[in-house]
Design a protein around this ligand. Structure first.
Ligand code: FA5
Length: 340
């Protein structure tokens, strides 16, 4: 019997020495083999029933000692395995705080917003008041008061989205001039910025775009002051080297009228595909306020003169950033917007 206990003890020691003590499941297998319900040490205890009453206490103590020493050895091994598992998990989940953080997308302002802010900044600095006007206008403000009667051919220049008889999405910001002159007495200086709408769509024309309207009314206002103001404005937008050209044109509400062109930002004025070989690009219209407009708002055209201008913010953004297609500005495409 004694030798049986010694053999079992040696066998256990041998097996334990060959077990990977960092592996908790291998130790559990060993525990079950010796101390489990059908384990080898448990079997020895069960076999005690066949012993005589004298043998039982001695044998019982030896088996119990064996059980305690196996149990202690197993617990020590389990402790080692636990520590090894913790070390492994710390190693695998280790955070290197010197590594850069995960990237995130930083938003930026829309190029049209930036231009709008710049325009406001420029004119505000020159003493202009800023107005927004309204998206929906009546025929009076969008056309009639601007010296454009119903049968006037220039109405065809702006293909209109009508909402009801005599009510429309404004085709230009010029109606704001009328609202402003109805509510303010000269001398006055104002710019109005906002969306305008036309049935119009190609690479450089959008059905919805933004315009900035400008109006100055006072005694002795001349076309020369208009040229000076807009030339300065063009330099502010496109840099000192930009050239401006005032090309004779027609608008019912200004007389004389002109288109404001800037030298092509793509070719510097040499002529290219973008400027259709002319070396110039149009950004807006302008002129001296027609006395008929003053008459519609009760301003004495014998005493006062004025100039007005209107240009497209989308066009300016296109020129500034070399954008080939106007619709990109309202496409909400991150690949495009992410470049600003
Ligand atoms: C007008 O809208 C006049 N109200 C401007 C004006 C104001 C003249 C005050 C005299 C006095 P025009 O239709 O040319 O003019 O448009 C002005 C500018 O708006 C154009 O030069 C261009 O920059 C821009 N624009 C016109 N149509 C479109 C369009 N469909 N898409 C984008 N920009 C446009």
């Amino acid at each position: 019997m004694h030798s049986q206990i010694t053999e079992l003890e040696n066998a256990f020691k041998e097996e334990l020495s060959q077990t990977d003590t960092s592996d908790g499941s291998a130790i559990e297998i060993l525990r079950l083999k010796y101390l489990g319900k059908k384990g080898l040490v448990t079997d020895l205890l069960k076999g005690m029933g066949q012993l005589s009453a004298e043998e039982k206490p001695t044998f019982g103590k030896l088996v119990n000692d064996l059980k305690v020493s196996v149990q202690t050895a197993i617990e020590t091994a389990q402790e080692i395995a636990k520590k090894a598992a913790l070390a492994r998990s710390l190693e695998s989940g280790k955070i290197d705080i010197s590594l850069p953080g995960e990237g995130y997308h930083k938003g930026s302002t829309h190029p049209l917003y930036d231009i709008r802010e710049e325009v406001i900044d420029f004119f505000y600095g020159m003493g202009f008041k800023v107005d927004l006007g309204r998206d929906i206008e009546t025929d009076w403000y969008n056309f009639e008061a601007l010296n454009t009667p119903k049968d006037h051919p220039s109405r065809d220049m702006q293909d209109t989205f009508y909402l009801a008889e005599g009510v429309m999405l404004r085709t230009h910001t010029s109606g704001t001039q009328i609202h402003y002159m109805e509510n303010h007495k000269p001398p006055l200086r104002m710019v109005a910025l906002g969306h305008v709408f036309r049935v119009d769509s190609d690479a450089t024309h959008a059905p919805m775009f933004q315009q900035c309207e400008g109006l100055v009314v006072d005694e002795n206002i001349s076309f020369a002051q208009l040229k000076g103001t807009l030339s300065l404005f063009a330099k502010k937008l496109f840099g000192e080297n930009i050239k401006t050209r005032f090309r004779p044109s027609f608008f019912p509400f200004t007389e004389p009228s002109a288109e404001l062109d800037v030298s092509c930002v793509f070719c510097g004025g040499a002529g290219c595909r973008r400027c259709k070989g002319t070396g110039w690009m149009e950004i807006g219209g302008c002129g001296s306020v027609d006395p008929a407009v003053f008459a519609n708002v009760g301003i004495d055209s014998e005493k006062y003169t004025g100039f007005a201008f209107g240009f497209g913010l989308d066009r300016i953004a296109m020129l500034r950033h070399h954008i080939p297609e106007i619709s990109l500005l309202t496409s909400n495409d991150q690949r495009f917007l992410g470049q600003f």
